[in-house]
Design a protein around this ligand. Structure first.
Ligand SMILES: NC(=O)C1=CN([C@@H]2O[C@H](COP(=O)(O)OP(=O)(O)OC[C@H]3O[C@@H](n4cnc5c(N)ncnc54)[C@H](OP(=O)(O)O)[C@@H]3O)[C@@H](O)[C@H]2O)C=CC1
Ligand SMILES: O=CC(=O)O
Length: 291
């Protein structure tokens, strides 16, 4: 199967390498074109523009940072719309809001193409290992055709119906994740400042009802102040912002998520946006705690 791939950031690079490893022919494009070179070493071809990739491939996957990036590769010069046509499918796996996804869907369908949104849960390592959870919505026929690629990229795919449902599901999940990260960070700081060993807290948490993969993965690195980016903090803050907007639209009060968003915004203002989202832990440490 031949696929195009737009966006070779942390996730896109891991996902396209994974597809190549499993025998897919992949044509890649990235805004910073030099990032394609490493993929060529893995057997990929390069498309000079999003339009060139769409022209060459029946199916094209995108994994881009945010709504503005996702819209730009569609609507800008040399973008997807210039070549999308009947019989071609576009699968956007970026985390965006439902309005953005709907705009993309309408534009692609107006040109005769098929569209699927398919944001993912799971970070750099699950992307490398093909263990993502895929939250797809849109054209069911395209979903069925692209399942062989999803089977390589993920451990489970959900088909959630109409466009927007995948985006909304992803934002709900990441709103919970961002709130949990802040509670976890406060707990680690409280343990330390009140004279407990935070490493022992990790052991206690892991044996109880709130044991989870995120605490297990991030706890030890947070205790070492090590925040090498798997999921960049700026993207987690984008997801909190979009989830809070979804809460506004639906009149859902989300004070916990709003507080978590403030912490991520503070972290960004401290210059931590490109670090892992667990670097929100540093915002607590930055606060004066002298007594
Ligand atoms: N990292 C993670 O753990 C996870 C991330 N996600 C989501 O996946 C998406 C990608 O994340 P990730 O790979 O971590 O992000 P990165 O920041 O590593 O990569 C972002 C990608 O978007 C491209 N890009 C940014 N702005 C534009 C633009 N205006 N036009 C064209 N391309 C642009 C970048 O190109 P360039 O190289 O030129 O900057 C790069 O290829 C995000 O929506 C994120 O929320 C979802 C699940 C997990
Ligand atoms: O969006 C991030 C993730 O870990 O999932």
């Amino acid at each position: 199967m031949e696929v195009g791939f737009l966006g070779l950031g942390i996730m896109g690079k891991a996902m396209s390498i994974n597809l190549l490893r499993h025998g897919f022919k992949v044509t890649v494009w990235n805004r910073t074109l030099s990032k394609c070179d490493e993929l060529v070493e893995h057997g990929a071809s390069i498309g000079e523009t999003p339009a060139a990739v769409i022209k060459k491939c029946k199916y094209t996957i995108a994994m881009l940072s945010d709504p503005s990036a996702a819209l730009s590769v569609i609507f800008d010069k040399d973008g997807v719309l210039e070549q999308i046509s009947n019989g071609k499918g576009y699968i956007d796996m970026s985390t965006v809001d439902d309005d953005t996804s709907l705009k993309i869907s309408e534009a692609i369908k107006a040109k005769g193409g098929d569209f699927l949104e398919a944001p993912v849960s799971g970070s750099k390592k699950p992307a490398e290992d093909g263990q993502l959870v895929i939250l797809a919505a849109g054209d069911k026929a395209l979903y069925d055709e692209i399942v062989p690629a999803f089977d390589v990229l993920g451990k489970k795919s959900f088909y959630l119906g109409e466009v927007g449902n995948g985006a909304k599901m992803k934002l709900v999940v990441n709103m919970i994740m961002g709130s949990m990260m802040n509670a976890f960070s406060e707990g680690l700081t409280l343990a330390e400042r009140s004279g407990l060993n935070p490493a022992t807290l990790l052991d206690v948490l892991d044996l109880g009802a709130i044991s989870n993969a995120m605490f297990k993965l991030k706890g030890p690195t947070m205790l070492k102040n090590s925040y090498s980016p798997a999921f960049p903090l700026k993207h987690q803050q984008k997801d909190m912002r979009l989830a809070l907007a979804l809460g506004d639209e639906n009149a859902v009060s989300m004070p916990v998520a709003a507080a978590a968003n403030e912490a991520f915004k503070t972290a960004r203002s401290l210059g931590l946006g490109d670090l892992d989202f667990s670097a929100v832990h540093e915002t607590l440490k930055a606060l004066d705690h002298s007594t």
